[in-house]
Design a protein around this ligand. Structure first.
Ligand SMILES: N[C@@H](CCC(=O)N[C@@H](CS)C(=O)NCC(=O)O)C(=O)O
Length: 319
């Protein structure tokens, strides 16, 4: 785990000294979009853009879900990094193996960040939306990438599904904000805290939000009532990892998610939407978290449990 400093890779864990033990996530630097507006740096084209993802990462997972939902598999190609992220950060497998860099056969993801911007400073994160033509990073912020996927390629795919409809935008933005802070990034704020106070504060905020969510989902099929939106997909990727990873590894252990009736049924409903199960890999995900974070789990031993089955029936049609 590390970052780029003055053009070089440095192996460093998160520094939480300045923030009194609180984990603070770095802002994403590449924030361009894909469009056919005049002067667009990145025009809409099939087979021009590529996604770099980890199957463990809840942020990258959102982009894989939107690639499925929006039928972009034939338009956006993908490379998956190896599960473990050790002293060199995200790493690719040997050429010809499932985790190779399909474009350049690089060994490390940081090499692509430097290829795109030789002055890049900071952490090297997934997801990355890459432009094969200019060999640059278009965007490395999952919340932007899913909105690009939501509309940019509609003319090429004929898929008009809209997960960010105009009339719900301000409500979606509002609920996203709460869920991002207390649940999506919340589990990281719990797990990466290095002081008791920071840990307990993030833990309390997380479970307060999960209690609210359980209540909300008892009367609403989706976060926005009857309409399935990006807010649900953004939330799902954290919920899917909760019992297998965040409950144990990140010490989010007041409850398991399967003790929340409505939340766990909601997770199963979304998991069972066509194409979604193929984007989920729990064994790889466990290997990533337990097998990479030496400061939290020095032996890197990966737990066998829990037993989970997201294919079991759900009761959401009755809500
Ligand atoms: N805000 C970014 C966050 C991406 C992110 O932090 N990804 C994690 C993996 S889950 C990562 O690559 N971390 C590597 C590091 O921090 O060094 C997004 O939503 O795309």
């Amino acid at each position: 785990m590390g970052l780029i400093v003055n053009g070089k890779w440095v192996d460093n864990w998160y520094d939480t000294t300045a923030s009194k033990g609180k984990f603070e996530r770095q802002e994403s630097r590449f924030r361009a979009t894909i469009s056919n507006e005049p002067d667009s740096q990145y025009p809409v084209e099939a087979d021009r853009y590529h996604l770099y993802v980890s199957l463990a990462c809840p942020w990258a997972h959102r982009t894989l879900i939107f690639r499925q939902l929006k039928q972009l598999e034939g338009i956006i190609s993908v490379s998956v990094v190896q599960a473990q992220m050790l002293e060199n950060g995200w790493e690719f497998g040997e050429p010809g193996t499932p985790y190779e860099d399909n474009l350049y056969q690089q060994q490390y993801l940081y090499e692509l960040y430097l290829k795109s911007a030789s002055d890049y400073q900071g952490r090297v994160t997934v997801p990355v939306l890459w432009d094969k033509k200019t060999q640059t990073i278009v965007n490395n912020e999952s919340s932007d990438i899913i909105r690009i996927f939501n509309t940019a390629f509609n003319q090429l795919t004929g898929n008009d599904l809209d997960f960010y409809p105009e009339h719900l935008r301000s409500d979606i933005d509002q609920i996203n904000e709460r869920i991002y802070h207390t649940i999506n990034n919340g589990v990281y704020r719990v797990g990466f805290a290095t002081s008791q106070v920071a840990y307990e504060q993030a833990y309390d905020e997380l479970f307060e939000s999960l209690d609210w969510l359980e209540q909300h989902l008892s009367a609403n099929r989706y976060l926005m009532g009857d309409t399935l939106t990006e807010a649900d997909w953004r939330l799902l990727t954290t919920l899917l990892r909760f019992d297998a990873v965040y409950h144990g590894h990140f010490k989010c252990n007041r409850n398991k998610l399967n003790e929340f009736h409505h939340i766990s049924n909601y997770v199963r409903e979304l998991y069972q939407v066509e194409g979604i199960a193929s984007t989920v890999d729990i064994p790889y995900t466990k290997l990533h978290y337990y097998g990479s974070h030496r400061t939290i789990n020095p032996t890197l031993v990966v737990p066998k449990g829990p037993e989970q089955n997201f294919d079991l029936p759900h009761d959401r049609a009755s809500i």
